[in-house]
Structure formats: structure tokens, C-alpha cells
Design a protein around this ligand. Structure first.
Ligand SMILES: [Zn+2]
Ligand SMILES: [Zn+2]
Length: 266
């Protein structure tokens, strides 16, 4: 398995190319056969890191298959291109709110992404980059969990993550799990300004300007529930406490399960 770094920003610098790559679930090059060939060298399952000049690594994901699609206007990402080459992506991390900086990335990987595509060849360097990605993808720290989710929402619409159907326990604990800020951001976006259970407005706005809602796993991760959009709800503090301690919590859990699945199947 290889790790490739693709630069969004060459040439005419398509504005918002990073958001478009994430939204469409693609990685893109353009500029002739040479650049189509760069995409063909990527195999299904390889990691692709999205590089934004001046920012660093802003997203990471894996190539879904081995196909290189030739794309023509009006379907190109950069409207000034006569032709683009797209790879279907499973973008796993949206790091736009806290990118891996150029300096950090070069220290980790030993490469400087100056051309359209670079590859991390050294196996030890690859392992170091993957370890960093795993760390960014999920967090054990509740403050980070909130902060990263908030800054993702501040950047505009959040695409739907897969999440972690089988969550990972934090070493040395019995019932604490790593959680994905991306899943939290997605469920907050889905909820809008209202509790997903009682539908009342969030009790107050946070200093960030976002409505205050709490993330709750419908089936607790300790009971086998996933850290996924389908098993995560955004609740007001009252409903949240009730789901954990209330006399009616079992019935409420079933009601919330129906609501969340209904939303996700829309
Ligand atoms: Zn509520
Ligand atoms: Zn909860």
C-alpha cells in the first residue's frame, strides 16, 4: 500500500478545489497524458493526501478502485481545464480546519510536495504518516472532539463520513472509546439548531456562534454501537441526561433510533 500526495493547486488554482474534491469524492489531475499516468500509478486502497499550497495536508482518504475517469466540461472541477482525470475516493479525514502543516509533513514524510503527485517511498516514513493520520481521524480528548467538529462546521457544509462501525477502546480504560469529530460535525449539521429528540431549540449559542447540542451514541459504544452517523444524535442537555438516567430511557432510545435512521435514509 502506497501513500501519494496530490496537489489541488497547480496552474490556474481552481478556487475551492479542495471542497469540490471532498464533495464529489474524487482526486483530480489535469494537463495531458503525463498527468493521467500519474493517477494510473495509484492502486485501489492506496492512501491519497490532499495538498493545498500554503496550508499543507487538508484531507486524506483511500482510492476506491483502479479506474481513471476522463472528465470533460461541464463536469470538470476547474472550469478552465479542457480535460481532467478523476479517481474515485473514500475521503476519510477532512483536515481543513487543522491541516498537517508543510513543515510537519516534511519532517514526518521526508518529502516536499512540490509537483502534482509525490509518493512516500520509505516504509518507516509511511508508517509515521499513517500513525499521524490515525491520530487525527479520532480523538480521546473531549475538547479536541468539540473543537475540531466546530471548526469543520465553520468551513461550510460537511460531507457525510463513514465513521467507525467498530470503535476502538482507549488503551487502559474499560468503557472509553476514540470518537470521530467528523461524525459529530455531520450530526450537528443534520440537527440544525434543534435537539433531534424533543425538537426544541438548542438552549444557547456557544462562543463560536454555533448552537449548543451534545453528541450521544444511540446504542452506547460499550454495548457494540458504532461511532457512525446512523448511531449518533445531537441532543439538548435535558434529553441527553434523560437518555442516560431517565426511567423512560429504553423507550426514548427506541424513539431516537427511529428518528436518526429516518434522517439518514432521507
Ligand atoms: Zn431535547
Ligand atoms: Zn450520551
Amino acid at each position: 500500500m502506497d501513500i501519494h500526495v496530490l496537489n489541488t493547486d497547480r496552474g490556474h488554482g481552481a478556487v475551492g478545489a479542495d471542497a469540490e474534491w471532498l464533495r464529489r469524492g474524487v482526486a483530480v489531475t489535469s494537463g495531458g497524458e503525463n498527468y493521467a499516468a500519474k493517477l494510473r500509478q495509484i492502486r485501489s486502497g492506496d492512501w491519497i493526501l490532499m495538498w493545498l499550497n500554503g496550508r499543507g495536508v487538508v484531507a486524506a482518504g483511500r482510492a476506491v478502485d483502479d479506474r481513471v475517469q476522463h472528465v470533460y466540461p461541464p463536469n470538470v472541477v476547474n472550469s478552465s481545464e479542457p480535460e481532467e482525470y478523476h479517481r474515485l475516493m473514500d475521503w476519510r479525514l477532512d483536515l481543513r480546519s487543522n491541516p498537517i502543516s508543510a513543515a510537519e509533513f516534511t519532517a514526518l514524510s521526508g518529502v516536499r510536495p512540490t509537483s502534482a503527485r509525490v509518493r512516500i517511498r520509505d516504509p518507516e516514513r509511511r508508517a509515521a504518516v499513517l500513525a499521524r493520520l490515525a491520530e487525527l481521524e479520532r480523538t480521546a480528548d473531549p475538547t479536541q472532539y468539540e473543537m475540531i467538529a466546530d471548526s469543520m462546521l465553520a468551513l461550510g457544509p460537511v460531507s457525510k463520513p463513514i465513521g467507525f462501525p467498530i470503535p476502538t477502546r482507549i488503551e487502559g480504560t474499560t468503557n472509553c472509546f476514540y470518537r470521530s469529530p467528523w461524525v459529530r460535525a455531520w450530526t450537528l449539521q443534520r440537527a440544525g439548531r434543534h435537539c433531534e429528540l424533543c425538537k426544541s431549540a438548542a438552549p444557547f449559542l456557544k462562543s463560536s456562534g454555533l448552537p449548543y447540542l451534545e453528541s450521544h451514541h444511540v446504542v452506547p459504544m460499550s454495548e457494540g454501537g458504532g461511532d457512525t452517523p446512523e448511531n449518533t444524535a445531537a441532543l439538548c442537555p435535558n434529553c441527553h441526561r434523560e437518555l442516560h438516567c431517565g426511567a423512560e430511557r429504553i423507550g426514548k432510545r427506541e424513539e431516537l433510533k427511529r428518528i436518526v435512521l429516518g434522517q439518514e435514509m432521507k
